[in-house]
Design a protein around this ligand. Structure first.
Ligand SMILES: Cc1cc2nc3c(=O)[nH]c(=O)nc-3n(C[C@H](O)[C@H](O)[C@H](O)COP(=O)(O)O)c2cc1C
Length: 465
């Protein structure tokens, strides 16, 4: 197999991201997340292990759907307390040269102009190593934090996101020419004003004059990631995303989802290979099989079922409130009918006859998904090789049980084995994030990407539908 696999560390600027309860493990340092040294040490470790990127998730509300309030999430540290993901990036960038950074930011609640500037600033400060995970946010509490009575409807969030991206492309790609900044001391011209333009965007959701406040950064548009799983979400991914986090209950569904997203990209005039696809890898590694089994047992023993339930109930559907024998799909359909179209996303994860009891048991188990592997380096590398062969995935987000233990084990045990098989880089060959996805020289959006149409100020005067 010739394809090299990229790994991101799946992170969040919080204590408990997705491995709930494990903050109590004596070797876990998650409680240090307020400390800048925590992030600098992590960045150095990941660069030593030749990771693609650190991938920072984010939510902008509390998980208060379980038992009617946020108490369980607070007690169990389920994504609260949590800090802003963007702000730790410059420190990590200063401690590294190659590691890239993908951070989550929501299109639903803050208008695009300020984010356009923050993202450009980060792309400058990281020298072209910044990526953005586009989300529309799913927590009802997030809506209430930003002045709304309840969530914006699912498909409306994507309509807003589409226009949000359009504004960003205009600012990032269309507002400044590459040669606008001349820094001509003799003629006292810093920026040639004839090469900078307003965008004058006026659409249903946003009115933005411009010009962009930041001069063009190395990548201009950061590398765009997305994880939509609904029909509308995949359509959005097909148009905009360069990296997609694919979901599914088994390898067959993953393979179909990868093919579906590539097909949608082609419908937008892009190529299937323009979208790199990733899945979460759940890996427990040891120096030998027994060592890995001992670690997994410990993770099971310390896992918090309540924490997982608080997380799962965050979207407003508290499965634990239903009888164990009830069918999950019946509940989701009823929720959908009642206008809670969030339930759309859940549907893809359940069979028609999955019961609430089965779903609750599964939600607390980290070892049931299609991408779980446990053992020594050879066993885990065998599994990874099989996953990639069977699904056409390009890479993985490594789920953490322990920080820094999970990444340390990966670097110490697995990286040499994957390298021996030719599946993992032996050095960084490129300098920007986009080149990491597409190869050296591909620092900017492909010309066929919809964001590229505004280059040089083209199409800015077209009316927005
Ligand atoms: C690997 C992965 C990471 C995600 N990270 C976030 C996140 O950090 N913040 C967030 O609000 N949603 C996150 N999501 C949720 C997605 O943005 C999306 O809402 C979800 O996959 C459902 O898709 P849909 O919105 O098309 O229904 C993530 C999803 C996946 C699969």
């Amino acid at each position: 197999m010739s394809k090299q696999i990229g790994f991101n560390l799946f992170e969040m600027n919080t204590v408990g991201h997705i491995s709930h309860g494990l903050w109590v493990h004596p070797a876990n340092t998650r409680h240090r997340f307020n400390d800048l040294d925590f992030w600098i040490e992590e960045a150095k470790l990941l660069e030593a292990g030749l990771f693609d990127a650190v991938f920072l998730a984010d939510v902008i509300g509390a998980y208060d759907g379980y038992r009617g309030g946020p108490e369980t999430a607070l007690r169990e540290a389920v994504q609260i307390p949590s800090n802003d993901p963007l702000l730790v990036i410059p420190a990590m960038a200063a401690a590294t040269k190659h590691l890239a950074f993908a951070a989550t930011f929501s299109t639903t609640y803050e208008p695009p102009f300020a984010f356009a500037r923050r993202a450009s600033t980060l792309d400058h400060l990281t020298k072209g190593r910044f990526g953005w995970n586009i989300v529309t946010s799913y927590l009802p509490n997030a809506a209430r934090n930003f002045g709304l009575a309840d969530e914006v409807g699912h498909d409306d969030r994507y309509a807003i996101a589409d226009e949000y991206l359009d504004v960003l492309y205009k600012l990032w790609e269309g507002s400044w020419d590459d040669d606008a900044v001349v820094q001509d001391r003799e003629h006292r011209v810093y920026t040639d004003p004839s090469k900078v333009r307003a965008i004058d965007h006026a659409g249903p959701f946003y009115t933005v004059a411009g010009p962009h406040l930041t001069e063009p950064s190395i990548q201009r548009t950061p590398v765009l990631f997305q994880a939509g799983s609904s029909d509308r979400g995949r359509e959005f991914a097909g148009k905009h995303a360069e990296g997609v986090f694919v979901g599914g209950r088994d390898l067959q569904v993953y393979r179909e989802n990868v093919a579906d997203i590539r097909r949608r990209a082609k419908a937008w005039g892009r190529q299937g290979s323009d979208i790199k696809t990733y899945a979460s890898a759940v890996i427990v590694l040891g120096k030998d099989e027994d060592d890995a089994a001992r670690k997994a047992d410990e993770f099971r023993r310390l896992s918090s079922a309540e924490g997982y339930l608080a997380h799962a109930g965050g979207g407003g559907i508290d499965l634990a409130a239903y009888p164990r024998e009830a069918k999950v799909m019946d509940i989701l359909r009823a929720e959908n009918k009642a206008g809670r179209d969030n339930a759309q996303s859940g549907r893809r994860h359940y069979d028609d006859d999955t019961t609430v009891g089965q779903a609750l048991d599964a939600v607390t188990a980290f070892d049931r998904g299609p991408f779980f592997a446990q053992g020594n380096a050879v066993q885990v590398a065998d599994a990874i090789e099989g996953w990639v062969r069977d699904t056409d995935l390009d890479g993985f987000n490594l789920r953490q049980f322990l920080t820094p233990g999970t990444a340390e084990d990966f670097v110490e045990y697995l990286v040499p084995e994957l390298q021996r098989r030719g599946l993992y880089r032996t050095e960084y060959a490129e300098s920007t994030f986009r080149e990491r996805l597409y190869g050296a020289g591909n620092t900017r959006l492909f010309d066929r990407h919809p964001g590229a149409r505004y280059r040089g100020g083209a199409h800015l005067d077209e009316p927005v539908e």
